[in-house]
Each structure stands twice: as structure tokens, then as C-alpha cells.
Design a protein around this ligand. Structure first.
Ligand SMILES: *Cc1c(COP(=O)(O)O)cnc(C)c1O
Length: 399
């Protein structure tokens, strides 16, 4: 079967909830992927940062195969010998007290929201069913009905109501707006330290520190959604580390499994995560020995290969080189670490044709927010590979 055959099947039998580039991939290794025609591409999306360790990292593959031959799933009705070790290791790495394992990012976000409400009622003393949670405009936290309730993107919401009460939206990057929005019923403020899906929006310097301080002063929980910005992507283990801020809860996902299977988690304080009681929350696959063994090795790779520092150094170089292209179509290059957005100006127009042109030259990047090209290669990329990419990016951004 050829590319057109796969596309025809997918268009016929698959719901059209995505608009992928028309490349059908069948193999990947490190930063590279191959399509069914045998063409090679540099992966500059990393599955929305789920592949920070690269495709099929040999150490993670070995652990996954070994675990598949031992024990894959117990459910939480029984204990297994991997979950406790992941819990300890992730807590030590993040400096938190406790963790709760789930599968997808959206589930980790839902878990954090539930935990915040529990804390609001049981610790802060908010009257029953009155808890409010504040979020930012242009956020992306996932696709469940409660999460799209507070999305400001019409495409994500239209046709999916009625929605969930209890959320309030304020401008991103504006600490004053947070202070104004807080009421005695506010349980938590949830924020992405860098807004990825919104087009790689970096808040003003000091924002996260101010948020932490405001949350402390009003006894409001700070939840950082680091599902995309965390695990090295932004040049630190967590993007909040740039401002030495410790949130009350962090949601983690995507690269937590090195791209092998959906693994997510919430880490947080004992005061909050300690409130869950047996039966109050759960997931059949969350915390499976398979997920935990893979996540443990995925974390080891991030630490052993110094991926946050790599992302920081190579990201700074990449941003500088992208600016130097001096393209007439580019308004701004921004980002942290290897989470980089190139925003096009009016002359540049839509990002999609640029992504198509990059694909022609063997680079897979995806537009985000219509006029932004996101570059987020695996953090194991070498400078030589970046330089190769820059040659092609230069030609596409200049033609
Ligand atoms: C991808 C993402 C999510 C949702 O993760 P899923 O695994 O797709 O449910 C939530 N928050 C952020 C910041 C993300 O980038």
C-alpha cells in the first residue's frame, strides 16, 4: 500500500478530528522518522513534546520489552513492584511529597482539578459546591468536557455544551488580573508556565513568582500544567524552575513515557494529594507496572543524558540562528529551551504552507495557532542535525 491508499482508508473510516500533514510514517529512530515510501524526515514536533528522549530510545525500549515479558497490568486492586519506585523517584526528582498516576494528560489535569476542589472544601472551608478554579485565556489543558469548558478556542467548545460550572478565565501573563479574580471561594489557579498550543507564549519574566506569591497570600493553590513544558523541554526539568517556583501541584504527561504509551501523573503536596481516600478517584491502567517501568527509565534517560541542559543550550543556539535568517515573513522567534515558535507576519500569512514546504525538504513541523510554526525536536538532537535543519528552514523562510 502507498501513501494515497492509507490516506483514503483513514479519510473513509476515521473520524476527521485532525488535519494531519499527508505523510504516512512507518518507522522512527532518534530524531528521524521514515514514511511508507522510504523518505526520511527530521521530527521537529516530537509528538507535541512526548518524544523528548527521541523515537524508540534503546534504554526505554529494552525496559518496555522486559516488563512486557514479566507483568503488564494489575489494576490498583492489587499492588505491583514498579509503582512505588516510580512514586518515590518522581517525588524526589520534582521535590514533591506525593504523586498520583494516570494515563493521558487530560486525566492528570482532571485529577488536579478534583484534588483542588477537595482541598477547597476540606481544608480551605469553601461552602459545598461553590469552589472556583481560575485559568488563563488561550490555555490548552486537554479535551474532556470539563476542560473544554474553560477553553477560549471556539473550535474546541462549539457544539459540546452544556459545560461544567466553577471556572473563571483571566488573561495569561497578568498577575494583577489573578489577584482581582480571586474570591473567598477560589480553590486554585491553573496555568501553563509556557503556553504551547496557544503559539509558544512565554509570560513576562517574574510572572510565575508573582503568581506563587499571590496564591500564598490568598490561600489559593497554584497548579502548573507542565505536560508540554516539563521534563526538560523548556531547558529546565520543569519550566517553573526558571523562576524557582514550586507549585502546589504539577501535571506531568507526554514525555513521561518517552513516547511509548500514555503515562501521566500529578505530583503535589501531602496537604492536597493526601486528601484522596480509597475509592474517591482511580484509573484501571493508571499506575500499571508497564507504565511505571517505562516512566522510570524515561526519567532516568532525561537525567543521565542531561536533556534539560541540552535543550537550554541548543535552544538558545536555534533561536539565535532562526533570528539570523532575517526572513521577510517572520514577525518573531520566541521560546525557551527547545520549545520554539516562529510567528509569521501578515506577509507570511498562514504557517501551513511553510510546514508543507518544510516537509518537501525532509522536516516535519506543525503549525500552531494558524500563523506560528512550532519547532520542538527531540532533546537528543545534535548541533549538526540542527544545522542541517537550519539550511532548509532558511531556504523555506526566504523563498
Ligand atoms: C497535550 C497537553 C495536555 C493534554 O494531554 P493529552 O495526553 O493529550 O490528554 C494538557 N496540557 C498541556 C499543556 C498539553 O500540552
Amino acid at each position: 500500500m502507498r501513501t494515497e491508499d492509507f490516506i483514503r482508508l483513514e479519510e473513509t473510516y476515521g473520524a476527521h478530528n485532525y488535519h494531519p500533514l499527508d505523510v504516512v510514517l512507518s518507522e522512527g529512530k532518534g530524531v528521524w522518522v521514515w514514511d511508507v515510501e522510504g523518505n526520511r524526515y527530521l521530527d521537529c514536533l516530537s509528538a507535541y513534546s512526548a518524544l523528548n528522549q527521541g523515537h524508540r530510545h534503546p534504554r526505554i525500549v529494552d525496559v518496555m520489552i522486559a516488563q512486557a515479558q514479566k507483568l503488564t497490568l494489575t489494576s490498583r486492586a492489587f499492588r505491583n513492584d514498579q509503582l512505588p519506585l516510580l512514586e518515590k523517584e518522581l517525588c524526589e526528582l520534582s521535590g514533591h511529597d506525593m504523586m498520583l498516576p494516570m494515563n493521558t494528560g487530560a486525566e492528570a489535569v482532571e485529577t488536579a482539578l478534583k484534588a483542588a476542589r477537595l482541598w477547597g472544601y476540606q481544608v480551605k472551608g469553601i461552602p459545598a459546591n461553590q469552589a472556583e478554579i481560575i485559568v488563563c485565556d488561550h490555555n490548552f489543558h486537554g479535551r474532556t468536557i470539563s476542560i473544554i469548558t474553560f477553553s477560549t478556542e471556539p473550535l474546541y467548545r462549539d457544539g459540546f455544551g452544556p459545560f461544567t460550572p466553577g471556572f473563571k478565565v483571566i488573561p495569561f501573563g497578568d498577575a494583577g488580573a489573578l489577584e482581582k479574580a480571586i474570591t473567598p471561594h477560589t480553590a486554585a489557579f491553573m496555568v501553563e508556565p509556557i503556553q504551547g498550543e496557544a503559539g509558544v507564549i512565554v509570560p513576562p519574566e517574574g510572572y510565575l513568582r508573582e503568581v506563587r506569591e499571590i496564591c500564598d497570600r490568598h490561600t489559593v493553590l497554584m497548579i502548573a500544567d507542565e505536560i508540554q513544558s516539563g521534563l526538560g523541554r523548556a531547558g529546565k526539568l520543569f519550566a517553573c524552575d526558571w523562576e524557582n517556583v514550586q507549585p502546589d501541584m504539577i501535571t506531568i504527561g507526554k514525555a513521561l513515557s518517552g513516547g511509548m504509551l500514555p503515562v501521566s501523573a500529578v505530583v503535589g503536596t501531602r496537604e492536597v494529594l493526601g486528601l484522596f481516600k480509597p475509592g474517591s478517584h482511580g484509573s484501571t491502567f493508571g499506575g500499571s507496572p508497564m507504565a511505571c517501568a517505562v516512566a522510570r527509565e524515561a526519567l532516568n534517560v532525561i537525567v543521565d543524558e542531561n536533556l534539560p541542559q541540552r535543550a537550554h543550550e541548543l535552544g538558545a543556539y536555534f533561536v539565535e540562528q532562526l533570528w539570523e535568517i532575517n526572513s521577510p515573513y517572520v514577525k518573531e522567534v520566541r521560546g525557551k529551551g527547545l520549545l520554539i515558535g516562529v510567528e509569521l507576519n501578515d506577509e507570511g500569512g498562514d504557517a501551513r504552507p511553510f510546514c508543507e514546504a518544510l516537509r518537501e525538504r525532509g522536516i516535519l513541523a506543525k503549525e500552531t495557532h494558524r500563523n506560528v510554526i512550532r519547532f520542538a525536536p527531540p532533546l537528543i538532537i545534535t548541533q549538526e542535525e540542527l544545522d542541517w535543519a537550519l539550511v532548509h528552514i532558511r531556504e523555506v523562510l526566504r523563498s
